[in-house]
Design a protein around this ligand. Structure first.
Ligand code: CP
Length: 330
């Protein structure tokens, strides 16, 4: 990741009270890296609108009655898959959840052939999660003129809707992130969430600090203007937001942490540990949580500090905003 500099001459360009007026026409969402500030502001404003509409519990007008969305999750998911299904249905889409385990993938069908097959059935939007970095981009490259592709997580590369919902959640607490200290704790090396968060936070001028064992923090982050720590108290000192990451055990090489006991002793978030942060600090975690290892139950469930439930709730609204932008308002 090259250093993302703030090229905006006008600092107020980051201010959410000045929303972007219209969508850029982008057809796919593959990464947060290439989104412009205007596009991000548009999505956040749109998510705000959808969140308020959902809160009324009234059915929305079916704006997307003719769209068919296929959820292709080659890796497990609770939050992302469910919220894309809820988002698509709330917008009036037909939603197909392909059960990968019982699909022809088991007979050797490639991800390209699965996408081609669904395209032939009239699918308009593919939401794809896969363990291979770049796999969503591959589908967009091959079929992107005829369908829309949303990356729901590709290997260690990107998880753009998680990044957007994290940003949306932080904006609901603090509408101007310029200069705000955001500490990202844990397995940064293998986290696509960390990468997607970092691209967005840099666009909005946050002061980013990462902390974890040396084996889980890429050294080159320094070149991107990010402060690296290995001592958690230093990283959390005066932080405005703390993002705890999940240990990506399915992606890590063996032996990167000595033991869960040692990891939790050094890096687990608890009330005592966050005492050095700002008094109104907020804690986020993308989920699923390894409770007791990355964060204590008491902190994760303390709604005066934890935004974890709010993140999940905001996930539906942000995914409605993304589907609307790329596929409906085209
Ligand atoms: N945060 C996240 O991607 O959660 P799921 O794996 O449950 O979708």
């Amino acid at each position: 990741m090259p250093h993302q500099t703030d090229t905006s001459a006008d600092a107020s360009a980051h201010d959410l009270t000045k929303p972007a007026a219209s969508w850029s026409g982008r057809r796919h969402l593959l990464d947060t890296k290439d989104l412009t500030i205007e596009e991000v502001k548009y999505l956040v404003e749109s998510a705000k609108k959808y969140k308020a509409l959902r809160a009324t519990r009234k059915p929305l007008p079916a704006v997307a009655g003719s769209h068919i969305l296929a959820n292709l999750f080659y890796e497990n998911s609770t939050r992302t898959r469910s919220s894309f299904e809820l988002a698509g249905k709330a917008l009036g889409m037909t939603v197909l959840n392909l059960d990968i385990g019982s699909s022809s993938v088991a007979k050797g069908e490639t991800i390209e052939d699965t996408a081609r097959t669904l395209l032939a059935m009239g699918v308009d939007i593919i939401v794809q999660r896969h363990s291979t970095s770049g796999s969503a981009g591959l589908i967009a490259e091959k079929f992107g003129k005829r369908l829309h592709v949303v990356n729901a997580g590709d290997g260690t590369n990107a998880h753009p809707t998680q990044g957007l919902l994290d940003l949306f959640t932080m904006f609901s607490v603090e509408p101007n992130l310029k200069g705000k200290k955001v500490a990202i704790v844990g397995d940064v090396t293998y986290s696509r969430v960390a990468r997607s968060d970092i691209w967005l936070l840099q666009k909005f001028g946050a002061d980013i600090h990462v902390v974890g064992p040396p084996s889980l923090i890429p050294d080159n982050l320094k070149d991107q203007g990010i402060t690296i720590h290995h001592n958690i108290e230093d990283a959390l000192n005066k932080a405005d937001f703390i993002i705890a990451l999940r240990l990506q055990l399915e992606r890590q090489k063996a032996g990167l942490i000595a033991s869960f006991e040692e990891y939790s002793q050094l890096y687990r978030l608890d009330h005592k540990r966050i005492a050095g942060a700002k008094p109104n600090v907020k804690v986020l975690h993308p989920g699923p949580i390894n409770r007791g290892i990355e964060i204590t139950d008491e902190l994760a469930d303390d709604l005066s500090v934890s935004l974890i439930d709010e993140q999940v709730s905001n996930g539906v609204a942000i995914r409605m905003a993304v589907l609307d932008a790329i596929a409906i308002s085209e």
